[in-house]
Design a protein around this ligand. Structure first.
Ligand SMILES: [Zn+2]
Length: 327
């Protein structure tokens, strides 16, 4: 009998990653291609299909066949229609029936969800969320994504496509502008985008200082990682930016813990690699603003799966759909 496999796909602003995943959650093959979203949604969709086909061929070499595909995309997703409603980082995808098109092209069931939800499914399945029924997931990247796992299941609310969007909870109404058009959202304090905006503002205002951050800024192509390294080297502005990142996260988690009556959070995404720069201030703020929980009751952990959380979560969605016989 041919063994069954699924594909997990993570569509990011710069890269599309695809993985061939077994039922036990083992990644057997991987693929990565540039998204090239500037060439349009159809082009990106064809790149996903091309890379998926390549891994479907690889599956055959393993004596297996692909029975479904799960896909995570940053933005607001219409799960039933298989459509990207709105994606700030992939604007060409707005209104695009990505899952439906892939289903027709690849002739396998396709399920799609928001990238942070897919992160939640992955961490629940094989990562830091294993065995924890209720938790909040936060993904720190260009923006801030989030998910809610309640009673062991992803919370989709009224299925409006934005449940768990902690990135747009307000932490300071007078704070910096956010990509969503408001001011002072968590994302405007605690994302790579926020860090970079704050540094360019400091450069314009001539208060960047003359330390490591200034030197990296002058070289050009400053990244969130460069800001993190500057913080580690003691740059006061870089350290302050990560303190603010932790502060924002602490405010939001304290409020959510109180409202939901839960006490676990898992933080992932590329910028969570700067953990040692923001986890301390996060903890201080969380303890300061938690009305009902004792400090030792609150657990804030790092993602155990890193980059693979989204791939494995997308694969798990495909497995669930395959078991239910849908997609
Ligand atoms: Zn916002």
């Amino acid at each position: 009998m041919t063994e069954s496999m699924v594909l997990g796909v993570d569509v990011g602003g710069t890269h599309i990653r695809v993985a061939l995943v077994s039922r036990a959650g083992v990644i057997l093959e991987r693929g990565k291609v540039p998204t090239e979203i500037h060439r349009g949604a159809r082009h990106a969709s064809m790149r996903i299909a091309g890379e998926s086909r390549r891994l479907m061929d690889k599956a055959r070499h393993h004596g297996a066949s692909v029975v479904g595909l799960g896909i995570g995309v940053a933005g607001k997703i219409h799960r039933a229609r298989g459509e990207v409603i709105f994606s700030p980082n992939l604007p060409a995808m707005n209104g695009y029936p990505l899952a439906m098109e892939l289903r027709e092209t690849l002739r396998v069931p396709v399920v799609m969800d928001n990238d942070a939800n897919v992160f939640g499914v992955g961490e629940s399945w094989l990562g830091s969320g294993r065995g924890i029924p209720n938790w909040i997931g936060v993904t720190l990247g260009t923006g801030v994504g989030g998910c809610l796992v309640l009673a062991g299941e992803l919370w989709h609310g009224d299925d409006l496509g934005f449940a768990g969007e902690v990135g747009h909870m307000n932490v300071d109404p007078q704070g910096p502008p956010c990509a969503c058009g408001l001011r002072g959202c968590l994302e405007a304090h605690s994302s790579a985008g926020a860090l970079l905006r704050a540094v360019s503002e400091a450069a314009r205002g001539d208060w960047l200082g003359c330390g490591p951050l200034y030197r990296r800024w002058m070289k050009g192509n400053l990244t969130a990682e460069g800001i993190y390294l500057s913080a580690r080297e003691g740059d006061p502005l870089a350290r302050e930016l990560f303190r603010r990142m932790g502060w924002g996260l602490g405010i939001v988690l304290a409020g959510l813990f109180t409202v939901l009556g839960i006490r676990h959070a898992i933080i992932g995404g590329g910028v969570s690699a700067a953990w040692d720069a923001f986890a301390g201030p996060l903890r201080v703020t969380l303890e300061q603003y938690s009305s009902f929980l004792a400090p030792e009751e609150m657990v804030v952990e790092r993602s155990a799966l890193g980059d693979d959380a989204a791939l494995l979560g997308a694969a798990k969605l495909a497995w669930r759909a395959a078991e239910r016989g849908e997609g």
